[in-house]
Design a binder for this molecule. Structure first.
Ligand code: GDD
Ligand code: MN
Length: 363
């Protein structure tokens, strides 16, 4: 039996209202010989992309829209789109018309012949990044090199946002995907244990028609996190490494504050030391909120609540730290080993509480 829809095109969107009608029109023109559907996964865009999508969906059964509220993220949007579709073939593309829809029939043919996954590449013969700004090309090339570090199967464009795969492949990896950041393709390939056949097809990237790119410092950061997690995550969770790194910055913040208040401003030691503890905890909180727990970041009024909760966590952590170290020392452990033991137990405690309480994600 022929499936009713053979190909689901998943399009994550954030503020793409102006691009959606044109995209659907282009797909209709190009894909006349394919049974396709488009699933727009919109994160409640302020420009009302979802409304525009639903308006078209009312006239056209091939168009569907998933509107997510209080959620953000390209990768997780794509995963949800995959999960909400039933087609044997799944395609991902940007809404901004940068990806050449004319390549879709060839991509599908390639999956039907041999490949499990086919990537539209900007970095092979007969392909180009078009008018993409030079600094964006540089970032993209660096990301390509880094991305290939975690892949057994090297690709010319492992961070491409335009690709197609067999549903079976997605189902094999779906429980392993991190769903963070932009790099869904890299994540899928790195998560596939068995050997998979990957094809690459060239295309010339077009310029964005409307709106602007959402690639930000945080997207780059999340990309870096994904790499470290895939490279080292088996041994030590990246979050814990970050948490400890932030802890070390806290030591410097503490010493700097102490120096200024006690040495330069001549405050009494006890006041200088107390203030330093607060300044260090506060700076640790904001760094952890921005980097370590970036995926469950506090914003607005929740920053205040989070900060208080972090103070409480750290105070208890300090108590535990001191009691462990003192006990160990009194039982004959050398001063520095006892000091490290106390600090280590304190750090694990703070980390555990931060995950379970301060930055817990609603399940
Ligand atoms: N649902 C949802 N949520 N969609 C999002 C989000 C989000 O938080 N952020 C971005 N998008 C959508 C955009 O609306 C667009 O349709 C698509 O995801 C890609 O975002 P762009 O902002 O257009 O990304 P880009 O063009 O700068 O980056 C492209 O090239 C990169 C490689 O250089 C994308 O194709 C990336 O996937 C690709 O890695
Ligand atoms: Mn784009």
């Amino acid at each position: 039996m022929q499936p009713i829809t053979e190909l689901s095109i998943i399009v994550p969107t954030y503020n793409e209202a102006e691009n959606i009608p044109k995209l659907i029109e282009l797909l209709s023109d190009t894909l006349s010989s394919i049974n396709w559907e488009i699933v727009i996964v919109d994160d409640n865009s302020p420009d009302k992309t979802s409304d525009i999508a639903r308006k078209i969906a009312r006239q056209d059964a091939r168009v569907r829209c998933i509107q997510r509220i209080r959620r953000r993220g390209l990768s997780s949007a794509v995963i949800e789109g995959f999960l909400a579709s039933a087609s044997p073939y799944l395609c991902v593309m940007d809404a901004d018309l940068q990806h050449d829809e004319k390549l879709i029939p060839d991509m599908l043919a390639s999956l039907k012949q041999t490949n499990d996954l086919v990537v539209a590449s900007r970095y092979i013969e007969n392909a180009s990044t078009g008018t993409l700004a030079e600094h964006r090309v540089k970032i993209s090339q660096t990301a390509t090199r880094l991305g290939n570090m975690i892949l057994d199967h090297k690709l010319s464009d492992p961070i491409s946002g335009f690709f197609m795969l067999k549903r079976e492949l997605f189902e094999k990896v779906n429980h392993k995907l991190s769903g963070k950041g932009f790099k869904i393709l890299l994540d899928i390939i790195a998560s596939a244990d068995d050997k998979i056949n990957i094809g690459e097809l060239p295309y010339h990237m077009k310029s964005r028609e409307h709106g602007e790119s959402k690639l930000s410092v945080f997207v780059v950061w999340e990309f870096f996190s994904l790499l470290v997690n895939k490279l080292l995550g088996k041994y030590v969770p990246l979050k814990f490494m970050l948490f400890v790194a932030v802890g070390f910055t806290g030591v410097f913040v503490h010493m700097a504050t102490l120096y200024v208040t006690n040495q330069l401003m001549q405050w009494q030691f006890i006041y200088a030391q107390s203030l330093s503890v607060f300044v260090a905890m506060t700076s640790n909180y904001f760094l952890n909120n921005a980097f370590t727990f970036n995926d469950s970041k506090h914003t607005g009024i929740f920053v205040f609540k989070g900060l208080i909760s972090f103070y409480i966590t750290c105070s208890l952590g300090t108590l535990i730290n001191v009691s462990v170290a003192t006990t160990a020392n009194s039982q004959g452990m050398s001063w520095w080993l006892a000091g490290i033991a106390g600090a280590a137990v304190g750090a694990v405690w703070n980390f555990a509480l931060s995950i379970a309480y301060t930055w817990r994600t609603e399940k």
